[in-house]
Write a protein that binds this ligand. Sequence first.
Ligand code: HEC
Length: 110
Amino acid sequence: MSLIACGGSTEPTKGQTADITQDPAYQKGFALVKQSDCLTCHQVDAKGIGPSYKEIAQQYSNAGPDQLSSVAQKIITGGAGVWGQIPMTAHPSLSPDDAKAMLDYILLLK
Ligand code: HEC
């Protein structure tokens, strides 16, 4: 149990290990993911029915905004074909903002 952060710089620099659980984007997205059924098919580190969140984060780490909004949209519409033939179920009650917040959380997990 140490409260000493890596680096010691007050300004977070790229590549520095920060505690992502303190990131508001992590907290918001994770809360939404927990409320929904995502975790029945996805785990952070291991493949379940769906790909692990870590794999998804790595896959889209260099994606542009257009690609990311279509991935967020896919959480709403569901579908297959990117990772395999098993489809993700649709989540039609999610708003685009919530889907984006969930994806932002997933992308932090790389
Ligand atoms: C019934 C199981 C299931 C549930 C529930 C589920 N997923 Fe998925 N998810 C999958 C599968 C299977 C894939 C791979 C789809 C493919 O190959 O295109 C996937 C893919 C994804 C992807 C990557 C999409 C892509 O095109 O690369 C994201 C992001 C994602 N899921 C997020 C979520 C979130 C957020 C939730 C909760 C709202 C959720 N999933 C709920 C099964 C599920």
